[in-house]
Ligand binder design. Structure first.
Ligand code: NOJ
Length: 538
């Protein structure tokens, strides 16, 4: 194991969804000056880097994940000067900036596509994936879009179809075109030169499709979530093609020309195997493993997910778990009961004491709940409208940050683009800053402990049981620094059998039962409902 600190491996990353973080011009949408105004909050939280969801010019069919210019800043978020100020001011506080690069597709309003669709002779036509209609007319093959329907859209002007694995307004690019390939690799250089510290690669393993465009075979029975044509196919040809490995190596070689640059990939589908395959030496530094987001609130599935992932990782690979992001129901919505945050403290302690690079989605540190989505006509996220009521889209987890008890939670003086949660008068940053037992202060304590203890930020991980029914218990150790973490997932008092445990050898570093001494008798440690206990070996 390397012993020097490496910011992305040993640090913690905070994800900001810019349109919902802080609005400074009253248009109801967050902006870059808003993020700059909150840098002290972010620094005080104790994170090491910020990942910004896309801030490039975009018509917002997919809220920024449809990019119309990879080298610009959308005026609704501010100017390039604002972005440069953000980098400078973040760096002054020791915070790195990670940009989201969406290079599987562009917006259909990108100048490349506007030209490409005009005629087959245009210089950028081959930047996209075009095909003639199939033998009986209709789409060239059976591929399905992840966001519903066929993955092909007909362009009457040229009697060809173009491929889009997401919305039809997000045409997939042709990475096999050498000019496009070079253009996209240059985007990494452009932002590195501006001082950006890393990149989150949106659905990177979709970049290449099989060159012959064969039909995908059917998947029987379909895979969850079942309601799309996409779930009824085996995806042999529309992603995960071998050329991906070559382009990742090229991206890595560019990043390695700059000091300490980092890339984390969003794998699709979301399992540990894909994460491990691409986050290996010479490719990505890390790739998200989403398996936690499928775990019910029980110790055993979380432990199994960690054991499985750890068993797949080579010694030089680094884990990266996800609890929440801009596409998923928030952890509070999945796990918490009502306004009670005790399970969220367990979840936070898990994320921040495992061997991993934790990513915290904005607002999770105060336990924001998803805003409720009741009516189809209120939904802004197009997939929510298409799949309603089976899936109500992603508006719920994208609502404004709750800063204080002021109207609109202090997020905006205008009308917010999505409603502020009804609990914002009581659940907000200001209220939690004032409460020593709040979730926010618990996050801050965890982040400070993680930073202070080599065991917690870069130590080995050893479970103390073979399986966990209620309590997850593990040791983290680096050199002489040893921590023991015990997390009671149960809502009842539970006992943990620890055979070789001598209480006087251990100090309490952090406990959600502040005034309770260790309760240890005859090899059994007793934990209160949902107690988090972190001990340090004396
Ligand atoms: C994954 C992103 O996280 C999601 O928000 C987006 O809609 C799709 N990729 C398409 O870019």
């Amino acid at each position: 194991m390397q012993s020097n600190t490496l910011w992305w491996r040993d640090g913690v990353i905070y994800q900001i969804y810019p349109r919902s973080f802080m609005d400074t011009n009253g248009d109801g949408m967050g902006d870059l000056p808003g993020i700059i105004s909150k840098l002290d909050y972010i620094a005080d939280l104790g994170v090491d880097a910020v990942w910004l969801s896309p801030v490039y010019p975009s018509p917002d069919v997919d809220f920024g994940y449809d990019v119309a210019d990879y080298r610009g800043i959308d005026p609704k978020f501010g100017s390039m000067q604002d972005f440069e100020t953000l980098i400078t001011q973040a760096h002054q506080r020791g915070i790195r900036i990670i940009l989201d690069l969406v290079l599987n597709h562009t917006s259909d309003q990108h100048p490349w596509f506007l030209e490409a669709r005009q005629s087959t002779d245009t210089p950028t036509h081959d930047y996209y994936l075009w095909a003639e209609p199939g033998p009986k007319g209709g789409p060239p093959n059976n591929w399905a879009a992840i966001f519903g329907g066929s993955a092909w859209e007909y362009e009457p002007a040229i009697n060809q179809y173009y491929l889009h694995l997401f919305y039809k307004e997000q045409p997939d690019v042709n990475w096999r075109n050498p000019t496009l390939h070079d253009e996209l690799l240059d985007v990494f250089r452009y932002w590195c030169e501006k001082g950006v510290d890393g990149f989150r690669l949106d659905v990177f393993n979709l970049y290449y499709k099989h060159a012959d465009l064969p039909d995908n075979p059917p998947q029987v029975p379909p895979t969850p979530p079942f309601f799309r044509k996409f779930d009824q196919q085996q995806h042999l040809y529309d992603y995960d093609q071998p050329e991906m490995l070559t382009v990742l190596a090229e991206i890595r070689a560019i990043l390695d020309q700059y000091p300490e640059r980092f890339a984390v990939g969003e794998t699709f589908p979301e399992n540990a195997e894909s994460a491990v395959k691409y986050s290996t030496s010479g490719l990505l530094h890390e790739a998200f493993n989403f398996e936690f987001t499928h775990c019910p609130w029980l110790a055993r599935p979380f432990m199994a997910a960690v054991q499985r992932y750890e068993s797949l990782l080579a010694p030089d690979q680094h884990p990266c778990y996800v609890l929440g992001n801009h596409d998923l129901a928030r952890p509070a919505t999945r796990y918490a009961k009502g306004e009670d945050d005790s399970r969220l403290k367990v979840a936070a302690a898990l994320l921040l004491t495992l061997r991993d690079t934790p990513f915290i989605y904005y607002g999770d540190e105060i336990g924001q709940r998803d805003i409720p989505i009741r009516k189809k006509e209120d939904i802004l996220d197009p997939i929510g409208k298409s799949f309603f009521p089976f899936f109500k889209g992603r508006d719920g987890c994208r609502a404004p940050m709750q800063w204080n008890a002021a109207p609109q939670a202090g997020f905006t003086t205008g009308t917010p683009w999505l409603p502020v949660h009804a609990n914002s008068a009581t659940r907000n940053v200001a209220a939690q800053q004032a409460d020593p037992d709040s979730l926010l202060n618990f996050y801050k304590q965890l982040l400070a402990l993680r930073k202070a203890h080599p065991a917690l930020h870069r130590g080995s991980l050893t479970f103390l049981q073979d399986s966990a029914k209620f309590i997850l218990t593990y040791l983290r150790a680096a050199e002489n620094d040893i921590c023991l973490v015990a997390l009671n997932f149960s809502s009842y008092e539970r006992e943990l059998i620890l055979d070789n445990f001598i209480p006087r050898d251990w100090n309490v570093l952090l406990s959600t039962e502040k005034n309770l001494p260790l309760r240890f008798t005859e090899g059994v440690l007793t934990l209160k409902p949902n107690q988090v206990l972190i001990l340090h070996h004396a």
